[in-house]
Ligand binder design. Structure first.
Ligand code: COA
Ligand code: AMP
Length: 632
């Protein structure tokens, strides 16, 4: 019962528990208070303490004898290259780039946007910001210019770091035109961009504004680490909310470092020197926490992979990387496994590689269907851990903490709450529900270190979105239940966020884009089940009266519009035109009813529906796209 005891201790005595974990890091100044609850429900961890996250991730290990150990392995099947950086090399590269940021006038607390593909320079830029106390805001490379512009306006950065291109299988994605367009669209003006020129495509630079990566570092002094307050922000990461306006999750320095350092050991059972690989992207929270900060804080070797699970070159890509670099712990999204399973159902490619160092697979980012877990377990013969968390939380909230106690897993469940998290399930009235009863998943305050401290320049938004629904609790936005053994089952979102191939997207944002089309009167976007991506978006569109154009043409324009305004990553490929949307009498669009129809699930016609007949038309329209198959 080790896990249960430790979990209990973490909730009963959070200050003692987290102070003990924090001692694993280097502090320039000890904290005055482990947990400052004076402004509850806004809590602050390690108030008064000072540290530097980059020092703890790099310099500390060099000083403690890990200088020659590999810190980062860059493996890029899309460019056919592998590069390795020891802790000493990575520290020196980061210190030099940090010097370049200082030379450009970046100061402590200033924001720097990083819009980059999966290259080591992305991690270097993040760590360089941390080194000088600047606040990075990484924007995923799959977002289009208008999304980048939104984040520029929200974060108001002094500088932007980018690259000439990203590489997707079969195509080069030129970043610089997107960057230039975003800078034109944004109201906030940026005086300086640093651009990494990649050999696959050279960016055209704008004289006076743009500097090349190497040029920016010529003749600069390496920068030292600045001791910042534990409560100072390390980064802002924008994530999808229910509207088109992304939410800027703020992560502090102290709590973040402590939580990640702890989670590497407790959740992932990773020890210094181990090779740890999270196949995600630095643009997502998984990339922040488990490509960059977590493994380095713990003294592991991290793998930064620029490739896909399939097609680079085949469905054996993951096994090749695991074998080649001796990966012990591997983390990815279930969708990647579904893609592999589709191409190599019998796992034949797995047996071509020596996976003897591989010990465990961790899956998160979306609900993992039991079939995928069982297939992975069967093929790989290692424990498969489904764990649950979110951008806001920054590190796992429910998992099988193999570093504490390897619990029996139940496929479909994220296992049990991680130490520090008091997860409960509440009904609409705020009462705890009985075991096995579905409700809103909440976390009792205070949240543990490493979770969001607020939303960037929007504390009211933080309170309204997360804290107001149930006073004293954080509303996760997920629905699910806890079973009689205390296992958490996360089943669905309670809002309009969908999860497409492990990418979190807002249907509200897509609706805003569709509604901007001149022929569209109103629309709804729903997430429908997809065998590979988990969910994909689908638009239902009502045209303005009098529009006579061919529906296919309009649909094509809508698809192109979402791609141009949100990005290819939205995977918005289908829309259908209907005469009206089903609504309640008060005008609320019945999105969840349409979703149930599309997914061929049973549903109750809401008593408040305005006109039930419209559901037949919606059903027929969805059928025409291959959904709503079974008799309802
Ligand atoms: N820059 C530019 N475009 C990007 C991009 C990036 N960084 N990432 C994805 N895209 C594009 C893709 O090229 C694709 O474009 P297309 O419509 O022209 O084909 C589109 O966005 C959708 O991408 P994706 O959702 O990745 O679908 P896919 O069909 O290319 O690949 C998987 C499917 C399952 C292989 C892929 O989604 C995957 O590897 N998922 C893992 C998810 C993950 O790591 N999530 C992070 C949380 S752990
Ligand atoms: P993101 O913020 O992109 O990490 O997405 C977080 C959301 O993904 C959560 O709120 C859940 O809806 C979903 N999610 C993540 N991990 C899991 C999991 N293991 N099981 C079910 N849903 C998950």
């Amino acid at each position: 019962m080790r896990h249960a005891e430790i979990h209990q201790h973490s909730l009963r005595e959070p200050e003692a528990f987290w102070a003990e974990q924090a001692r694993g890091l280097h502090w320039d100044q000890p904290w005055d208070q482990v947990l400052d609850g004076s402004a509850a429900p806004m809590y602050r961890w390690f108030a008064g303490g000072r540290l530097n996250t980059c020092y703890n991730a790099l310099d500390r290990h060099v000083e403690n004898g890990r200088g020659e150990q590999l810190a980062l392995i860059y493996d890029s099947p899309v460019t056919g290259s592998v590069a390795r950086f020891t802790y000493r090399e990575l520290r020196d590269r980061v210190a030099r780039f940090a010097g370049a940021l200082l030379k450009q006038g970046v100061k402590q607390g200033d924001r720097v946007i990083i819009y980059m593909p999966m290259v080591p320079e992305a991690a270097i830029a993040m760590l360089a910001c941390a080194r000088i106390g600047a606040v990075h805001s990484v924007v995923f490379g799959g977002f289009a210019a208008p999304e980048l512009a939104k984040r520029i306006d929200a974060a108001e950065p002094v500088l932007l770091v980018s690259a000439s291109c990203g590489i997707e299988p079969g195509r080069i994605v030129e970043y610089k035109p997107l960057l230039d367009q975003a800078l034109q669209l944004a109201a906030h003006k940026i005086a300086r961009c640093i651009v990494l020129q990649r050999p696959q495509c050279r960016a055209t630079m704008i004289a006076g504004r743009d500097l090349e990566w190497d040029e920016a570092q010529t003749g600069v002094e390496p920068a030292a680490c600045v001791a910042v307050l534990a409560t100072d922000p390390l980064y802002v990461l924008y994530t999808s909310g229910t509207t088109g306006k992304p939410k800027g999750v703020v992560r502090d320095n102290g709590g973040h470092a402590v939580a990640l350092w702890y989670s590497m050991q407790a959740v992932f059972d990773a020890q210094p020197g181990d090779v740890f690989w999270a196949a995600s992207d630095v643009g997502w929270v998984v990339g922040h926490s488990y490509i960059v900060y977590g493994p380095l804080l713990r003294g592991c070797t991290t793998v930064l992979y620029e490739g896909k699970p399939v097609g680079t070159p085949d469905a054996g890509a993951f096994w090749r990387v695991i074998a080649q670099h001796g990966v012990k712990t591997f983390f990815t999204a279930p969708t990647a496994f579904r893609a592999i399973k589709k191409e190599d159902p019998r796992g034949e490619l797995i047996h071509r590689y020596d996976l003897s160092k591989f010990e465990a697979l961790y899956l998160a980012g979306e609900r993992c269907d039991p079939d995928t877990i069982l297939w992975a377990q069967d093929q790989l013969k290692v424990p498969v851990v489904d764990h649950w968390w979110q951008t806001e939380l920054g590190w796992p909230a429910a998992a099988n903490c193999r570093g504490i106690e390897d619990l029996p897993i139940k496929p479909g469940s994220a296992t049990v709450p991680v130490p520090g998290y008091d997860i409960q399930v509440l009904d609409q009235a705020g009462q705890r529900v009985a075991a096995d009863t579905i409700g809103n998943i909440v976390i009792k305050l205070p949240l543990p270190p490493g979770t969001l401290s607020t939303l960037w320049q929007n504390e009211q938004g933080y309170r309204d979105n997360y804290l107001a629904r149930y006073p004293g609790y954080y509303l996760s936005g997920d629905a699910g239940y806890v079973d009689a053994d205390g296992y958490l089952w996360v089943m669905s979102r309670i809002d309009d966020i969908i999860n497409v191939a492990g990418h979190r997207l807002s249907t509200g944002a897509m609706e805003e884009v569709l509604a901007g089309h001149p022929d569209v009167a109103e629309c709804a976007v729903i997430g429908v089940a997809d065998a590979m991506k988990g969910q994909v978006p689908l638009g239902l569109v009502v045209l303005k009266s009098g529009v006579q154009r061919a529906p296919e043409e309009i649909v094509q324009e809508l698809v192109a519009r979402v791609r141009q305004q949100i990005g290819a990553v939205a995977a918005f490929k289908q829309a259908v035109i209907v005469s009206r949307l089903p609504k309640t009498r008060s005008g609320k669009v019945l999105r969840s009813t349409m979703r149930s129809i599309a997914d061929s699930q049973s549903y109750n016609v809401p008593a408040t529906i305005d006109d039930p007949k419209i559901l037949d038309e919606v059903g027929a329209a969805l059928k025409s796209l291959g959904y709503a198959r079974d008799p309802q």
